[in-house]
Design a protein around this ligand. Structure first.
Ligand SMILES: Nc1nc2c(ncn2[C@@H]2O[C@H](COP(=O)(O)OP(=O)(O)OP(=O)(O)O)[C@@H](O)[C@H]2O)c(=O)[nH]1
Ligand SMILES: [Mg+2]
Length: 369
């Protein structure tokens, strides 16, 4: 059996990693290739895993820490996928606040598991709006400077820098970002694509067939600043259910929830990195509705729409925001109450995790010297 190829696709929170991996998985599946996906988070109960499984793709979730700190879990997950599904490709999404992947994941896989797996070039997805903020006006960013540092480290280690969301950005802005990326990191291949529409995705997929060098750029990174950056973000994962005496619209509930949540966060001067919420029919009858916001003031984008009518729903909320976990949780509770009152819905929460990520402690850290 041929060795499966692992493709790691990183990038900051909300850059479009999950959307991209799903787009790639659909294309590979259409070509008759077998694909597995690995999601990753500091906590549990991921919207991303639900989305991947909702598309019928085999998925493994590494929870409770990033790939670099849970390297053995990552290897176990890839081996399980390899045994159970014999995939040609394993697409893996590291946590969006993680970096130093070349030294802590790519090189260790190559060195210790090179007989079992091939590796695609390390790809970092880039949201052009976020990149513009951190590359051209970091002083005006609502995030602390440590987050700007982390962001640039993520870009600096890429073999491929893939500017995403080209369907949203103006050509002049894309050109400006692309030129700066190429000037700062001349060794990286800079691509532009839209994970949503699929434009430019085939050009990225051509790199899966080639034997290019991978993990070329090992970072010289300050782990203290990196840890501070991760800890600047509050993390909230909620899992629960909604129940109503009279039918309600899941999409309408999500719209109201995100509107109030966004207002409360803005009032607390808390900048959103990514807030995603999903409601799914417990019995599959009306499908699922899922929306995200990737910056303050942004209109929610629905990747899945469902107007029901619903009388019950499974709820998943994942929020990564530049604020105290307690503030984040309070804002979420207020928004849950407001949306639920408006739609005549009762909320039951089965699990609530809110925390700041703890300092990264990679299992391995290798370099070429
Ligand atoms: N218009 C547009 N929206 C996109 C594109 N790619 C992703 N999005 C949207 O951007 C938001 C974030 O996308 P995700 O794929 O969840 O981002 P992510 O990088 O996986 O986020 P985290 O898992 O939180 O780090 C979602 O609302 C997506 O639908 C794109 O190419 N164009
Ligand atoms: Mg994701």
């Amino acid at each position: 059996m041929a060795q499966p190829m692992i493709a790691l696709v990183g990038g900051f929170l909300g850059a479009g990693k999950t959307t991209f991996l799903l787009q790639v998985a659909r294309r590979l599946s259409a070509q008759g290739r077998r694909v597995g996906i690995i999601t990753n988070d500091q906590g549990e109960g991921l919207v991303d895993t639900a989305l991947v499984r909702g598309e019928g793709l085999p998925a493994e979730e590494i929870a409770g820490g990033c790939f670099c700190c849970r390297f053995d879990d990552l290897i176990n997950a890839t081996q399980r996928l390899a045994q159970d599904f014999a995939p040609d490709f394993i697409l893996a999404e590291p946590v969006g606040s993680c970096t130093d992947l070349a030294a802590t994941v790519v090189l260790p896989i190559q060195r210790y598991f090179g007989q079992q797996f091939r590796l695609a070039p390390l790809t970092i997805l880039v949201d052009p709006f976020r990149a513009h903020e951190f590359l051209f006006s970091p002083d005006r960013s609502a995030f602390p400077s440590t987050v700007g540092y982390l962001y640039l480290q993520q870009l600096a280690e890429a073999d491929i820098l893939a500017i995403n969301k080209t369907d949203l950005a103006e050509p002049a802005q894309l050109h400006k970002v692309s030129a700066r990326l190429q000037a700062l990191w001349p060794r990286a291949k800079v691509l532009a694509l839209s994970a949503l529409t699929g434009a430019g995705v085939n050009a990225w997929m051509e790199h899966l067939g080639s034997d290019e060098p991978v993990g070329q750029s090992i970072l010289d990174i300050d782990y203290e600043t990196y840890a501070e950056a991760e800890a600047a973000l509050g993390w909230l994962n909620m899992r629960g259910s909604l129940r109503a005496a009279r039918p309600f619209s899941p999409e309408g509930w999500i719209e109201d929830f995100l509107r109030v949540f966004g207002e409360r966060l803005r009032a607390a001067s808390a900048e959103i990195a990514h807030v995603k919420v999903q409601l799914a029919a417990p019995d599959g009858s009306w499908g699922a509705s899922k929306a995200s916001i990737t910056r303050g003031g942004e209109e929610p984008f629905f990747a899945l729409r469902a107007t029901g009518p619903a009388t019950s729903a499974r709820l998943l909320l994942n929020a990564r925001v530049n604020t105290e976990p307690a503030t984040l949780e309070r804002c979420a509770h207020e928004a849950l109450d407001a949306a639920s009152q408006r739609h005549g819905v009762a909320v039951r929460l089965d699990e609530v995790q809110s925390f700041r990520p703890s300092p990264p402690r990679p299992t391995h850290r290798l370099s070429y010297s």
